[in-house]
Design a protein around this ligand. Structure first.
Ligand code: SF4
Ligand code: F3S
Length: 106
């Protein structure tokens, strides 16, 4: 499956959700995740994210490994999102910043 990683936190551009053929994106307060049990590895979402937050599970960047389990865990409780919405208010300031994991809201 594909995995949403740290750069999405506090940005949440949501371009990714509209291309998923199996509706496996789930939305939290300031982050999105992919349900690994539903993702069919179609690859369509990866290039849609304007800040490169989506990776194949086997190619998650070093230091981002925790996001594999976070996508699996949080997708079970967060609601599905299929329609694009406005990014978070300060998305431009937060994109590309590292160390955002502690800011993840559940
Ligand atoms: Fe959906 Fe395809 Fe992305 Fe998996 S790879 S989350 S199926 S768009
Ligand atoms: Fe997040 Fe990128 Fe989708 S910022 S909401 S993974 S388009």
């Amino acid at each position: 499956p594909f995995v949403v990683t740290e750069n999405c936190i506090k940005c949440k551009y949501t371009d990714c959700v509209e291309v998923c053929p199996v509706d496996c994106f789930h939305e939290g307060p300031n982050f999105l995740v992919i349900d690994p049990d539903e993702c069919i590895d179609c690859t369509l979402c990866e290039p849609e994210c304007p800040i490169g937050a989506i990776f194949p599970e086997d190619d998650v960047p070093a230091g981002q490994e925790a996001f594999v389990e976070l996508n699996a865990e949080l997708s079970k409780s967060w609601p599905v999102i299929t329609v694009r919405k406005e990014p978070m208010a300060d998305a431009g300031e937060w994109e590309g910043k590292t160390g955002k994991l502690p800011l993840l809201e559940r």
